[in-house]
Design a protein around this ligand. Structure first.
Ligand SMILES: Nc1ncnc2c1ncn2[C@@H]1O[C@H](COP(=O)(O)OP(=O)(O)OP(=O)(O)O)[C@@H](O)[C@H]1O
Ligand SMILES: [Mg+2]
Length: 636
């Protein structure tokens, strides 16, 4: 390292303020082989500075720096050599090939060769494949060689136009038009590759003062190759793009075809990010194999759900519509009932009016509620229920009181069992949930094009909420299996509360039915939409059955990991983008889109339930309460 730095410094002193012509005459610099020097700025499309007019210390020092660097490589590592792709080799000018000598000159720097190749390169014509006729100004950049690629998995390119993470780009390859997603954007600079060199220069002089480092700074985009349009349709990538290939924009029509969107009848969630293309997803693909909406609190899950509901409620008979059953844990959707846009289409039920018909409860359902019951007690209760059902078989319903007196009058039961069962039934009576008839009645609850909201906002008992979800989900799914209710979408807000991954049975009453719906619902057109801010706490069985996932901002590493494991389509680069998403931005993966698609969720057509700021709410609350009970100083 020492010798390298001192050599560079010595050369700098020798060449300082001398022109290339003078240096060539003095025999201190190797004459150019003919081709003009092309700098980074030139490679990026800017005019090259004339190097033979006037002193060019910076240019020359860069040249020397590289010669010294190459000497270093020759001694220690290897001589850098351009690996030209076989198909473009013939088009290279003779002076662009790498000299075998160790004095590699700047004229044959890799990016230059690539830039020139890209100008002369013509991609092979492929029949029936979208053709993108990019003029030079439409070109986003040029594919380069990196240690990782280009490969069939991805490539990097030098950017010469504005691009963003999450944007789709195209490259014409032998197979057809390859579509890739920009997963990262980063900078590179040859001068800062060698840690020892940078360290040495930082001791006495800045690299910026000594070398034209700015000119060698490149912005690169790393891309994940997704698929390729071939004459046989969209296929996996089996040929990587070659270094030097031009990267172009993908037009909306091509992208629409590539992502498999449904612009005629699809659910309009907003716009595909960085593209002028509506994010309209086919309804079957989006919800039939279940949907999960995942993100941290405040990222826009409920907002996006409201957009989805607006779309579903606006559908006509002609395009097919479903009924919606919404479990609204925080009363975020109740305002839709008053929304003029959906007049008469939305009905809200609050917890006090929701009732479960006790005569529909089996001994097993009681056991799920009361895990303290022993198996003997469950068997005894089962016998009592069978007897009471015989008594009321005319179609009349019985209540908790009837069940209690049936236990009282049972002659085979021991006094201890009687007391235990009656005690537990008393607990259920205090829940104020059971009655002689269901309300609402599941058989007539759902209608296509309409939404039922169960507002659980004011209920404190998680067990009671789960019981409601369990009972009505079960009844509706039974009805659907018998085709006695319309096809429906069950939307569950805060799904981790109703379908938790790990918890005691008494706090997971509704988990079983939700997992059953997730596994079997699709075949019966009973579809699920699970919304959660804690994916890691959500049942893996249920989540892994959600074939479409709308993922908004997620930052918790455990949640990110859980999502990654449940969605194979997500690559590491895409995961990075998820933690940097802004409010209202989402990644759609799975059935709904053939490839991971970043979208910007559109504005709601309806108003939000919770729109007040903390300041306004605090003021209103204090006014309602009247005078403050005591001034703060009274407590001091
Ligand atoms: N697409 C969007 N366009 C405009 N504003 C949005 C969008 N998405 C979300 N917002 C804003 O962000 C706020 C928070 O969104 P939202 O209530 O949907 O978050 P959330 O993910 O459901 O949070 P939580 O987990 O706490 O329920 C909304 O009140 C809304 O004002
Ligand atoms: Mg929410």
């Amino acid at each position: 390292m020492e010798w390298l730095v001192s050599a560079a410094k010595k050369n700098m002193d020798t060449f300082k303020d001398k022109t290339r012509d003078q240096l060539e005459k003095e025999g201190k610099l190797k004459p150019k082989p003919g081709a003009p020097i092309v700098t980074a700025s030139q490679a990026a499309g800017q005019p090259a500075p004339s190097i033979s007019s006037g002193p060019q210390p910076r240019e020359e020092i860069a040249h020397i720096f590289d010669q010294v660097k190459d000497l270093n490589m020759q001694q220690g590592v290897q001589v850098q050599k351009i690996e030209s792709a076989p198909d473009v080799e013939a088009q290279l000018e003779p002076h662009n090939t790498t000299p075998e000598s160790t004095e590699v000159s700047i004229e044959v720097e890799e990016p230059v060769a690539q830039a020139q190749v890209s100008q002369t390169q013509t991609a092979p014509e492929v029949a029936d494949v979208p053709t993108i006729t990019a003029s030079k100004k439409d070109t986003l950049g040029t594919v380069i060689t990196t240690p990782e690629g280009p490969s069939v998995g991805g490539f990097s390119f030098v950017i010469n136009s504005k691009v963003s993470r999450g944007q789709f780009v195209g490259v014409k390859t032998e197979e057809g038009l390859l579509i890739a997603l920009i997963s990262n954007i980063f900078k590179t600079n040859k001068y800062f590759e060698n840690a020892g060199m940078v360290q040495e220069f930082s001791k006495d002089a800045s690299m910026f003062a000594a070398f034209p480092v700015k000119e060698w700074e490149y912005t690169l985009a790393a891309c994940k190759a997704l698929g390729v349009f071939t004459p046989n349709g969209i296929e996996r990538v089996s040929f990587p793009p070659a270094p030097g290939h031009e990267v172009v924009e993908v037009d909306s029509e091509t992208l629409n075809k590539f992502l498999g969107l449904d612009q005629d009848k699809g659910i309009d969630l907003g716009m595909v990010q960085q593209h002028n293309l509506k994010a309209r997803f086919n309804m079957t693909k989006m919800i039939q194999k279940h949907l999960a909406i995942l993100a941290i609190s405040g990222a826009g899950k409920s907002y996006t759900t409201a957009v989805l509901l607006e779309e579903l409620l606006s559908r006509t008979i002609e395009v097919g519509r479903v009924a919606i059953f919404m479990i609204d844990n925080h009363g975020e959707y109740v305002s839709l009932e008053k929304e003029p846009l959906f007049d008469g289409q939305v009905k809200v039920y609050n917890v006090p009016e929701i009732k479960i018909n006790i005569s529909h409860m089996s001994a097993r359902s009681f056991a799920a509620l009361l895990p303290q019951m022993s198996s003997v007690q469950v068997r005894v209760l089962s016998r009592v229920i069978a007897a009471i059902r015989q008594k009321f078989k005319g179609g009349e319903s019985y209540g908790l009181d009837d069940l209690t007196s049936a236990i009282d009058t049972d002659e085979k039961m021991t006094a201890v069992t009687k007391d235990a069962l009656k005690g537990w039934l008393q607990e259920l009576i205090t829940m104020d949930l059971f009655a002689k008839a269901d309300n609402p009645v599941p058989e007539t609850l759902l209608e296509q094009g309409k939404m039922i909201i169960f507002n659980l906002n004011e209920e404190m008992s998680l067990q009671k909420k789960q019981l409601i979800v369990d009972y009505f989900s079960r009844r509706l799914f039974d009805l659907r299996r018998q085709k006695l209710c319309p096809p429906y979408l069950e939307v569950i807000e805060e799904a981790h509360n109703f379908c938790p991954e790990k918890t005691k049975q008494e706090f997971a009453i509704s988990r079983k039915i939700i997992e059953t719906l997730a596994r079997e619902g699709r075949k019966f057109y009973a579809n699920l939409c699970l919304i959660s801010q804690r994916p890691v706490q959500l049942s893996t069985t249920a989540l892994s059955q959600c074939n479409t996932q709308i993922i908004m901002r997620v930052t918790n590493p455990y949640d990110l990991d859980h999502i990654k494991r449940s969605a194979e389509a997500i690559s590491g680069g895409t995961m990075d983008i998820i933690s940097g998403l802004r409010v209202g931005e989402a990644l759609v993966i799975g059935e709904a889109a053939k490839y991971p698609t970043f979208i910007k969720v559109r504005k709601r057509k309806t108003s939000e339930s919770h729109g007040k700021s903390l300041e306004t709410y605090a003021q209103e609350f204090e006014k309602e309460k009247g005078e403050p009970v005591a001034e703060g100083r009274e407590f001091i």
